[in-house]
Write a protein that binds this ligand. Structure first.
Ligand SMILES: [Zn+2]
Ligand SMILES: [Zn+2]
Length: 370
């Protein structure tokens, strides 16, 4: 494709008052790609809870508070419009559709990178946090690191999957289950959970059990869950947990319990129940970022861990291969997501609705509309 005309300036949404919910539409200079970089004309960006946490400085584990003027966002899709020097072997060409995810770029050389643990890169760059993010019409990305988007996958569908889809797929892989094994998803009706049910079931061949409140039952079963348990029907004490554990085991392959539990909710109570659902050798995967002060995982005493050879692992987003696999699964129609599309000017309002838990499904910003 011939060279594309790139403007000198473009529209971007910045965090004008970090610490509170506030974004501002500004005109900023369009950068030129440096060595190894590509410039992407973004058309869509998903809006994620993690963006809100960054904007409002809610994550104390991040090294520094967010600065005013930060362009947020980390679920962006668009077309490559210009390539910097040193990108000849990247496989990218002008006009290719690519995505930017939470890890905007990694060093590629540290031990976590060499192990395929991109989120743990010792000098990784987070999109929308000290690296200009995807709430803008043009963004730079490392040409070797952006995610190719398959032709069959529309950009608005791809954008939110670059975060939630990749995250649950990587988590499901880490649970070590084999096709035909049972995997339990606490928070099955939520943003991450509903993707986990589809990717784990249709995509990976696991037998999926969903746990959530009863109003989500039809939704979760419709996505392919073989069994569903309404958390509100069990008392919040040890008796309720015992009953739920028995029910999960009964529904599992061989009645022995789940090979994996991938916790897709922020609820500490859900983490407290998860180990009990596992059979021998099973794995609890921590994916949902827990709410409030840190709480140890109940039942993780060395005795019961060793006698049943259970494992607890953490999983943060995913690497390039996870992203490519997820995009291919979505292109094949394995994953359906519910999302609404809003213009750029609605971003603050979207965050306000998110704060009040009023969003149904994901919101994707159409960056071609102010
Ligand atoms: Zn996200
Ligand atoms: Zn690294």
């Amino acid at each position: 494709m011939a060279a594309v005309e790139v403007p000198t300036h473009h529209k971007a949404l910045i965090y004008d008052k970090p610490g509170e919910i506030s974004t501002k539409l500004e005109t900023i200079e369009t950068p030129k790609p440096g060595f190894g970089e590509c410039l992407i004309n973004l058309t869509h960006s998903g809006v994620c809870h993690s963006d809100q946490a960054v904007m409002c400085n809610r994550w104390s584990w991040l090294p520094a508070p967010t600065q005013a003027g930060q362009v947020g966002g980390h679920e962006g899709v668009g077309k490559v419009v210009s390539l910097g020097p040193g990108t000849e072997n990247s496989g990218l060409k002008i006009g290719d559709r690519v995505g930017i995810k939470w890890m905007a770029g990694v060093c590629g050389n540290c031990l976590p990178c060499l192990s395929g643990r991109d989120a743990c890169c010792t000098s990784g760059k987070i999109s929308g946090y000290y690296t200009p993010g995807t709430f803008q019409q043009y963004a730079l990305g490392p040409a070797h690191y952006v995610t190719p988007i398959p032709d069959a996958l529309p950009s608005d569908l791809a954008a939110p999957l670059l975060c939630g889809g990749v995250t649950v797929y990587a988590g499901l892989k880490k649970c070590g289950a084999q096709p035909g094994d049972t995997v339990v998803i606490p928070g099955a009706g939520g943003g991450l959970g509903h993707l986990a049910i589809q990717i784990g079931g249709k995509g990976m061949g696991f037998r999926m059990i969903g746990i959530d409140s009863g109003d989500k039952e039809d939704f979760v079963r419709g996505l392919g869950a073989e069994a569903f348990f309404d958390i509100t029907k069990y008392s919040k004490d040890a008796e309720g947990t015992k009953k739920l554990t028995e029910d999960v085991k009964k529904a599992s392959t061989d009645g022995m319990g789940a090979a994996g539990v991938v916790v897709c909710t922020a609820s500490n109570a859900a983490y407290g129940q998860a180990l009990g659902f596992l059979r021998f050798g099973g794995t609890l995967v921590c994916v949902g970022v827990p709410e409030g002060d840190p709480v140890p995982i109940a039942g993780a005493d060395p005795g019961s861990m060793l006698i049943q050879e259970k494992r607890i692992v953490g999983s943060a987003v995913g690497n390039r291969k996870d992203a490519i696999d997820t995009m291919n699964m979505a292109a094949r129609g394995v994953i359906k997501t519910h999302f609404t599309v809003e213009p750029m000017s609605k971003l603050s309002e979207v965050f306000e609705r998110m704060e009040k838990s009023q969003l149904v499904g994901r919101v994707v910003i159409d960056l071609s509309k102010e």
